[in-house]
Design a protein around this ligand. Structure first.
Ligand code: PLP
Length: 372
């Protein structure tokens, strides 16, 4: 008999492992698989981290985070996102992935229904299931935009929450303000919580970012430092929302994380003071990728933001077959089943530098050409 708990059945990390294992086997891999920005953490942020260590800012912080960082984030959320909040209604978490789990632990009872738009960032459904929630998937095909009648039809008397992620991983879709206003209206009518993951808010090339938390108070807004500041390994994110939910998350944090890293929080504070300007570089990569996909005759409908393209493998190939075949060309992609219940899709990340992207798209071109 295995000692492993049943809840592990909710995970299947083999989808990602396939990409990682293949990469290890390749000599000179062209890695367009992981959601990593090409930049290294900027010098002033690293220096702030080093200074935090040298100044002995190395003890536990309050469970909800360093007060100056929370105050700076409350100010940012108000002035940039139009979200009415206070430093006390912001809590610092060790990355949004842990943050997502804390949100569920604080709000979801067994049997509560969580609406997730498909395709999705993998932790949304898996962590919801882990806490006993029931995931209701709403497809966004073919445009990757929320289908509002389908959303309404999926609501039952057990629905508690709608998860939104715009700009989206893996599709790149950016939801327009009018769609988010409609979602807010639906959520209000049915008294639902909205969770809005805005980690890619500044990676928008087509349209503009709108925070649903600015119009719907029962929104839990999540954001973090991983992508925009190239701080994936520092593990800092933040959540703001209704005070009672933030209080509940803080209570949980005391037992689950104690506090996020003091060093990383001080580095994050410095990150907020001098924001890196990366959008133009990403726009160039976005335009290049779209142009290449269009030459190949492959639709990437979303791709208005973040740094991903989610596309259907040609010739009805399965995602595994396509991703496996790509490794013959040294190209590493991720099978779409990691992000979707739909089969036959593949995710490409264009977080990589332009030279790698050029090699990657030329490999993809050769592959598609030979498949045709
Ligand atoms: N949310 C989305 C939509 C993401 O794509 C990712 C990373 O790929 C994360 C959250 C992870 O954020 P963090 O590094 O803060 O855990």
């Amino acid at each position: 008999m295995s000692f492993i708990a049943q809840r592990l059945n909710y995970f299947d990390s083999s989808d990602f492992q396939l990409a990682v294992q293949k990469q290890l086997l390749l000599k000179d891999p062209i890695d367009l698989s992981i959601g990593l920005p090409e930049e290294l953490t900027p010098e002033h942020i690293k220096a702030a981290g080093i200074q935090a260590i040298q100044r002995d800012k190395t003890a536990y912080t309050p469970a909800n985070g360093v007060p100056e960082l929370r105050a700076a984030l409350a100010e940012k959320l108000q002035s940039e996102n139009g979200i009415k909040t206070t430093a006390d209604a912001v809590t610092i978490v060790p990355g949004l992935t842990t943050g997502q789990l804390l949100v569920y632990l604080a709000t979801i009872d067994p049997g509560d229904e969580v609406i997730v738009f498909d395709p999705y960032y993998p932790p949304y459904p898996h962590l919801a299931s882990m806490v006993g929630g029931h995931v209701v998937y709403v497809s966004t095909l073919p445009t990757y935009q929320p289908d509002l009648p389908a959303l309404e039809a999926s609501i039952t008397n057990r629905t508690k929450m709608i998860i939104i992620n715009s700009p989206n991983n893996p599709s790149g879709a950016v939801y327009p303000e009018h769609t988010l206003r409609q979602i807010a209206k639906i959520a209000e009518q049915h008294n639902l919580l909205v969770v809005s993951d805005e980690i890619y808010e500044h990676f928008v090339y087509d349209g503009s970012h709108f925070s649903i938390g600015s119009i719907y108070p029962n929104t839990i807004t999540m954001n973090g430092f991983s992508k925009e500041y190239a701080m994936t390994g520092w593990r800092v994110g933040y959540i703001s929302g209704p005070q009672d939910i933030i209080n509940a998350i803080n209570e949980l944090q005391q037992y689950v994380v104690m506090s996020s890293s003091s060093i990383a929080q001080h580095a994050a504070l410095s990150a907020l003071k001098h924001r890196p300007q990366i959008i133009e570089k990403y726009r160039e990569k976005h335009d290049f990728i779209l142009q290449e996909f269009s030459k190949l005759g492959i639709d990437v409908h979303g791709a208005q933001g973040a740094f991903y393209a989610f596309f259907k493998a040609p010739h009805d190939m399965t995602d595994f077959d396509f991703v496996n075949k790509a490794t013959d060309y040294n190209l590493i992609l991720v099978p779409g089943r990691a992000f979707s219940r739909l089969h036959g899709f593949v995710r490409l990340s264009y977080g990589a530098d332009m030279a790698t992207l050029k090699r990657g798209m030329s490999a993809l071109e050769r592959m598609i050409h030979e498949l045709n």
